[in-house]
Design a protein around this ligand. Sequence first.
Ligand code: ACM
Ligand code: ZN
Length: 725
Amino acid sequence: MLAGVLALGVLVSNPVFPMPSEMQFLGGSVTIPESARVVIQGVKEPAPLRWLLTSFLPLKGGKSRIEVRFTIDPSVPGGDEAYRLRIDDRGIFASAPSARGLLWSLQTLRQLAGASPHEPFEKRGSRTFPKLIIEDAPKSAWRGVLVDEGRHFMGEATIKRFIDTMALYKYNVLHWHLTEDQGWRVEIKKHPKLTQVGAWRKEPNGTRYGGFYTQAQIKRIVKYAKERGVTIVPEIEMPGHCSSALASYPELGCRRAKLEVPTNWGVFTDVYCAGRESTFEFLEDVLDEVIPLFESPYFHIGGDEVPKTNWKACADCQRRMKAEGLADEHELQSWFIRRIQAYLAKNNRTLIGWDEILEGGLAKGAVVQVWQDIERAIPAVKAGSPVILSPQSHLYLNRPAESNSMRRVYEHTLLPEGVTAKDVLGHEVTLWSEHITPDNLFARFLPRGIAAAEMFWSDPPRDWPSFSKRMDQHLAWMDAQGIPYGPADAAISTVRLESLTRERMGRLHVETGLKDIDVRYTLNGWMPTRTSPVIEGSIEFPIGKTLTIRPFRDGKPFDWPKVFRSIAHLAYGRRVELNQPPASRYARAGEVGLTDGFIGSDDFDDGVWLGWQGTDVVMTVNLGRIQPIREVTLNCFHQMRSWIYLPKRVRFEVSTDGESWELLGEASHSIGERDDRTLIHPFTVTKSTQARYVRATATSFGKLPDWHLGAGGETWIFADEFTVR
Ligand code: ACM
Ligand code: ZN
């Protein structure tokens, strides 16, 4: 066992993440000149090693007696990815049983280069390294990151940069989620509508959003990743999460319904028909084209979140169940997966599925990726299946850092009780992209992904204070290299709205999760750019204006824009009496929330909307004195998948004394209960009268209907703003 002198508390080098298994500092440093001799021995394809090396060591090659030597050496212990590194007065000597091990030694060198973490690489003609010996090997064979291309498309330049960053922390699997309800991202030549139709969606604001990778691009990206030690495992999602395919080819779904590529998130009841042979012919065509693009022996087919609603009602699916002797729709799903598994096996690919593939009978030999609850690994391990652990509770990095902080990620126990490291293939973090775009992809991944990488690779004793200290030094190094990262335990920006009703102004308070984030704004409805003014702490704006804010870092957009619309009206700033307080989670707008002039956005959780579950809502506003009015409006929110339904109707009444009430009118709507768009509906009555009090009664939709995934559950009413003109 080697001992580290870091224990003496002397900072002798940049910290290395993930921490190497064994690292011994020899004392002092060595400078590698541009003229150092580079020798690569025993490697079949040395070019990628050389590129990577020269990306951070400006080696021109020469006759210096100092060497940088990479050698294949089968005697280095620790498996295929292990490496040994010695840096001394003679130079740098790396050895490994495989090229992959040598690539990892390079990533370690990349982090060690430079005397100070603040030194950008480009500025120097030589590099100083600490003299040391490292023996390193991963604990876990599968160290993955899922990137969801379906919800938001990353594109070739971003995904390549992402692969570079994964490799820096010795992640070795990119789990590439290429198809989703909201977008099909891989060219399939035999079924061109998948990308002509399925790769594009019409956003609520009318813009067209989308994109896809051609097969040529995919081959390029796979090669690029391989040269950096990263294997790409594709995911083609089935039998659910396939709206984009059904929008392209409606005959693939049980109902053969004409669908649009959806623009909202959730679980959709339209899935591939498991009854008709034509579905499998299509899927086999897709697999035939996708399999040869990738080299991994594994192939992910999703299998998660498959509503059985349509299968129950489909004659073809029911016929299939009878013919195959399947007791229920769970067994039909299991039969579906086994059939695809057999097809993959013929093509030398092992199937991976999300842990739902445990339901209705686990396909023998399939790899189970556990996400719902880490305990789900236990039955899979008992059945002899390899497992990949991605518990949403800790390893879903798409969950914001304010709720899933770096410390929470770092202190995660990794394995459920009774399961040992030997039982699992590995671990994976996810970046589902409902709220991730190329702008904030890196901010969500880093630095939390570094904490996960360390647990996956070396899993040292978890000592948060020392980890945290090393991380601070590393963040400075990342700053110097221009590697973008987000806050470790806070949102990129946190905002709070304040209504200054006397001044008829709004005030927005902004806090940023990192010091060097600038939140820029406009007041004219346009998207803020890198030259828009910056909010210093807070900003005041006249009610009636639209405030748009967007975080920037290093002159680049760093997160989503947020839009705050406001309106002045007669009830503005007036207190509203309620029959029921809103649920505490949706009461952040406070007592004047319904009349604060701010209009709820298309995100019901924006802090502006008020929400009530399972009740009618009566709201009474006092205008202060009797005055002429001509129009009253209550805006309500609709998002079927989130259980938020428009009230059936809103009745408006007026009074001059608060005792005797007169009906002003009733407003209803024609939005269907199955409508799965996100909508804001103004319930309005126009009639001229005199009033001091206005009362709105919103009648709840009631319980969720039978066909809904949450059938029988209590629906929500979301309201904002209550306006009187
Ligand atoms: C998943 O998050 N639905 C695998
Ligand atoms: Zn069917």
